[in-house]
Design a protein around this ligand. Structure first.
Ligand SMILES: Nc1ncnc2c1ncn2[C@@H]1O[C@H](COP(=O)(O)OP(=O)(O)OP(=O)(O)O)[C@@H](O)[C@H]1O
Length: 258
């Protein structure tokens, strides 16, 4: 495959906290125009992997290349190629949406006058929110604003850490459509989620990580097809239909993680 299609390439990634190996020899690629899901039980190593990609965490070995830039050797270029969805708590609650968008546009060096802010809020059906304080928006509206900010500088790679947690079904579906729209504009999207329904619905490919190691990478459907007849999958499947969640539980075990 033409390696220029890889927006993110990770090889041999290891993250240790003291003597504890949280991420072991992790490798995967995210391609231009795909939504890639990183799935795993609590404590599997998803956030550690994401933090390493974001340049927030010094990793012990391996390479991470974003848009052709090695995160260790060319951190500024690599970071400029990424958009990270910040948690709602990262925003100043006293600022209104217009001020927040202009603040982040300024940080990224993107020209953004009031007219442009209104236009992009219009695109996400939030035209009435410009003068509202961020803290007064609903959870779904806050997520839409933070998704918008993650793409404000048109990054090649967008990193979304559990973007729909806590949203009602309508807001969740609307956010899925927005994430797909980001993909369809040619961005690569890396998403973590605990919702297998979400992964099945929006991810083009997924990787399952457990105890710091990647144990499967494929399209959701290919993983279901590959494992549908496994005795462990049949044992956990409910109501006769094999889902991605059944495969996930069969591969990672039924035990609840601490
Ligand atoms: N700063 C730290 N110091 C020590 N151990 C840590 C630290 N951060 C994470 N860990 C441990 O590393 C492992 C991986 O954690 P990580 O947060 O990457 O998992 P995760 O897959 O994102 O989990 P979750 O789904 O619960 O968010 C866990 O066992 C966690 O307890």
């Amino acid at each position: 495959m033409d390696t220029s299609q890889y927006i993110l390439n990770i090889q041999g990634l290891a993250v240790n906290y003291g003597d504890f190996q949280a991420v072991k020899n992790v490798g995967f690629d995210v391609l231009e125009g795909e939504i890639f899901g990183l799935l795993g039980p609590n404590g599997a190593g998803k956030t550690s992997t994401l933090s390493a990609i974001e340049g927030l965490l010094k990793f012990n070995s391996g390479t991470i290349v974003v848009n052709g830039y090695d995160i260790t050797r060319k951190p500024l270029h690599a970071k400029a190629s990424m958009g990270v969805q910040l948690q709602s708590t990262s925003f100043q609650p006293e600022l209104n949406v217009m001020q927040i968008l202009q603040l982040f546009a300024g940080i990224y060096g993107v020209p953004m006058n009031k007219q442009r802010v209104k236009e992009i809020l219009n695109e996400i059906n939030l035209e009435d929110a410009a003068n509202k304080k961020f803290s007064k928006l609903s959870g779904g509206q806050q997520q839409r604003v933070s998704l918008l900010i993650s793409t404000i500088h048109n990054p090649k790679l967008v990193l979304l850490d559990e973007p729909t947690t806590g949203l009602d079904p309508q807001s969740r579906r609307q956010l899925w459509e927005r994430i797909e729209a980001i993909r369809d504009r040619g961005h690569a999207v890396l998403i973590t989620t605990h919702s297998m329904e979400e992964a099945e619905a929006v991810c083009d490919r997924i990787a399952i990580i457990d105890h710091g190691q990647i144990i499967a990478v494929n399209t959701p459907q290919a993983l279901i097809d590959k494992h549908r007849d496994d005795p462990e999958v049949i044992a956990v499947s409910r109501r006769g239909k094999v889902t991605l969640e059944d495969v996930f539980i069969a591969l990672t075990g039924k035990a609840v993680r601490a």
